[in-house]
Design a protein around this ligand. Sequence first.
Ligand code: MN
Length: 197
Amino acid sequence: MARMLVIEDNPENMELMTYLLRAYGHEVVTAPDGADGLDIAQRDGIDLIVCDIHLPRVDGYEVARRAKLDPKLRRIPLVAVTALAMVGDRDKVLAAGFDGYIAKPIEPQEFVKQVEAYLPASLRTSAPPTHANTVAPAPPPAVVTGARILVVDDSKVNRDVIQSTLAPLGYRVTLAASVADARAIVARESFDLIVSD
Ligand code: MN
């Protein structure tokens, strides 16, 4: 378990990243711009910083520059998460002082593993990257693969994350945005499991 700081000005990206990191047991503190982010990093015992590039007040490049000049902050792993895609951007991000780079859009199934690659092993909570000679983690024991799952959640971000996590494991996932929708669906179909917000 690590204490992470996420600096991001886009509320949907922030919601998705914090949801995923917390789902894996990490503690997350957030900042909407680079100036607040640097303040928080100074005060709190942060193990890793995830940082957007385009930010109000102090942008990601400047966060990296200042963090790496600061004796207190320079050892904290600093990971850029950004949609920059042009040739050379990656080099520019690393040259600014970032330890690594994760491209947006965020892939819910990969994101936590990608972030944890920059953490010491003792602070990681997700499974290690799969090797040919290691066994993939088993699905939750209560439900067999192929089970029909109804997910009731009013947040589209949550619904999308849950679906993209369960569907590749072989579950048949149906989404409902409200209890009324869920009732109507349950009247027509049966489910092995209902997951409700
Ligand atoms: Mn941004």
